[in-house]
Design a protein around this ligand. Structure first.
Ligand code: GRF
Length: 236
């Protein structure tokens, strides 16, 4: 039986495994490069500089990932403007528009699913994701956090690290699980704390490193795949 008859190879493609890269021809007959880049949805709540870094990388076909949608928890934020300027579709799912947290969570899962993502990246999304989102995209949601986890989880990682008096902090890219910044760690990078640092100066330096880490690892995961086994994360 040939693959076209429904053999296992044909079903594997039907199940979404990448097949051969399609060649598209324009009416003039010239071939056009098409992309088999992994589809990425980015969740944002604020300025969106991490999103901007991903958008700066994703036009290169060799990068392997493409931001296909941006979902925010409120309107009017910088991250949405960055997405729109880049021609990326956006959605806003605001908790205030829902009767309770579980309805918001279900709507958020739907809004993300519309974009058929291979990977979801929470980049400055200041909400805990609920079961509807986590169950819909198991081991496929990453979060970037501005501290070296497991130290200083939560919404004030930079402030808490400074208050503790650490000499080195940094950032962590991890897979999201049901806890607050507790999921398996993909990658980390260190940033030295300077004696004159306040929250804003330290966070600004961490964000420079954080953007590089995020862009680097999202690309690697898109190109080489990621396996999460307990607390171990293997890329490639
Ligand atoms: C990042 O440092 C992220 O880790 C934290 O909030 C910041 C978001 O920055 N949770 P931006 O919105 O991507 O500029």
């Amino acid at each position: 039986m040939s693959p076209a008859d429904g053999s296992p190879r044909a079903s594997a493609h039907a199940a979404g495994r990448p097949g051969p890269r399609p060649v598209v021809r324009t009416p003039s007959g010239a071939p056009v490069a098409t992309t088999s880049a992994r589809r990425v949805v980015v969740l944002v709540s604020g300025t969106g500089t991490n999103l901007a870094a991903l958008l700066a990388a994703h036009d290169d076909p060799a990068y392997g990932a493409r931001v296909v949608g941006v979902v925010a928890d409120k309107a009017g934020i910088g991250g949405l403007a960055i997405a729109r300027d880049a021609g990326v579709a956006t959605a806003v799912v605001a908790p205030a528009d829902f009767a309770d947290r579980s309805r918001w969570d279900a709507a958020l899962a739907e809004a993300i699913a519309v974009f058929r993502p291979d990977l979801v990246v929470s980049a400055g999304f200041m909400r805990i994701l609920g079961a509807a989102v986590l169950d819909r995209f198991p081991a496929r949601i990453l979060n970037t956090h501005p501290a070296l986890l497991p130290a200083f989880p939560g919404a004030h990682g930079v402030r808490d690290a400074l208050a503790y008096g650490v000499r080195v902090s940094g950032c962590t890219l991890h897979v999201i699980d049901a806890g607050t910044d507790t999921g398996p760690i993909v990658a980390q990078a260190a940033v030295e704390v300077e004696p004159q640092d306040d929250e804003s100066s330290l966070h600004a330096r961490i964000k420079v490193v954080e953007r590089r880490l995020l862009v680097d690892w999202v690309g690697r995961i898109a190109r080489d795949g990621m396996v999460v086994d307990g607390r171990a994360v293997r890329v490639g």
